[in-house]
Design a binder for this molecule. Structure first.
Ligand SMILES: [Zn+2]
Ligand SMILES: [Zn+2]
Length: 129
């Protein structure tokens, strides 16, 4: 079991399966939502994700059909969900355990912050792959 939680601890979750490959997203929406240079995310199957403490879970629909879920008490981004998919997009900074996932690539580098340099052996994609 892989566990994660928000900063204040009101939201916790457990993953019973695999965490997908790690993608670093540099899109402007991720930068704003996370207040950081990029967001590191990975797919998790809906059926293998259990949320504990839903009371403080809030969301923002950042584009039509895509909701970004976060803790309304402390602001930690937990996951995003696109309508009609069977997986969620976990925000890896909220993990407490090692997901043992492989890093895959950097995406949406066309929207990268000018003040951040990518020094990485990973593939760099201008948009989504
Ligand atoms: Zn919290
Ligand atoms: Zn993004």
């Amino acid at each position: 079991m892989i566990s994660g939680s928000c900063l204040c601890g009101k939201i916790e979750y457990e993953i019973s399966g695999q965490v997908g490959d790690v993608v670093h997203c540099h899109c402007q929406t991720c930068r704003k939502a996370h207040g950081s240079a990029f967001s590191s995310v990975a797919a998790v199957d809906d059926n293998e994700f259990t949320l504990i403490g839903r009371d403080f879970l809030s969301f923002f629909e950042s584009s039509p059909g895509k909701k970004r879920y976060f803790c309304s008490n402390c602001g930690t981004q937990i996951y995003a969900k696109r309508e009609g998919t069977k997986h969620l997009i976990l925000r890896l900074g909220s993990l407490d355990d090692d997901p043992t996932s492989k890093e895959k690539n950097h995406i949406w580098v066309s929207q990268k912050a000018t003040w951040y340099s990518i020094n990485s052996r990973l593939p760099v994609c201008q948009e989504f792959e």
